[in-house]
Design a protein around this ligand. Structure first.
Ligand code: FES
Length: 107
C-alpha cells in the first residue's frame, strides 16, 4: 500500500498507508484527517475536498478532467496551480510518497 503524507494547516504531518483503488478523499476521511469536508460524497459537485498537491507531484498525477477544473473555481481557500479535488485522485501504487496539504478552510 502506498504511503501518503497529509500536511495540516497547523503545520502537523500525518502519514498513513492508503489502500489502492479508493480516492484520496476517502483515505483522508477514513483516517479522520481534519479539514476534508467532502459534502457531496465524492461526486465532484462541492469542492470541499480541496487539497494542494506537493508541487513535485503535480505532473505525476493524472490530469484533472474538465469538470474538476470547473469546480476548482469554487474552492473556499485560494486556488493554486497545485490545487486538486481529493475525491478525483485515485490511489495507485505509483502514488507512494505523495504529499498533500490541507487548505485552511473548505467552506
Ligand atoms: Fe465533493 Fe470532492 S467530495 S467535490
Amino acid at each position: 500500500m502506498p504511503d501518503l503524507v497529509f500536511l495540516l494547516p497547523d503545520g502537523s504531518e500525518h502519514g498513513l498507508e492508503a489502500p489502492v483503488g479508493v480516492s484520496l478523499m476517502q483515505v483522508a476521511s477514513g483516517a479522520g484527517i481534519a479539514g476534508i469536508v467532502a459534502e457531496c460524497g465524492g461526486s465532484a459537485m462541492c469542492a470541499t475536498c480541496h487539497v494542494y498537491v506537493d508541487p513535485a507531484w503535480v505532473a505525476r498525477l493524472p490530469a484533472p478532467l474538465p469538470n474538476e477544473l470547473e469546480l476548482l473555481e469554487c474552492t473556499a481557500a485560494e486556488r493554486r496551480p497545485e490545487s486538486r479535488l481529493s475525491c478525483q485522485i485515485r490511489i495507485e501504487p505509483a502514488l507512494d510518497g505523495l504529499r498533500v496539504q490541507i487548505p485552511d478552510r473548505q467552506t
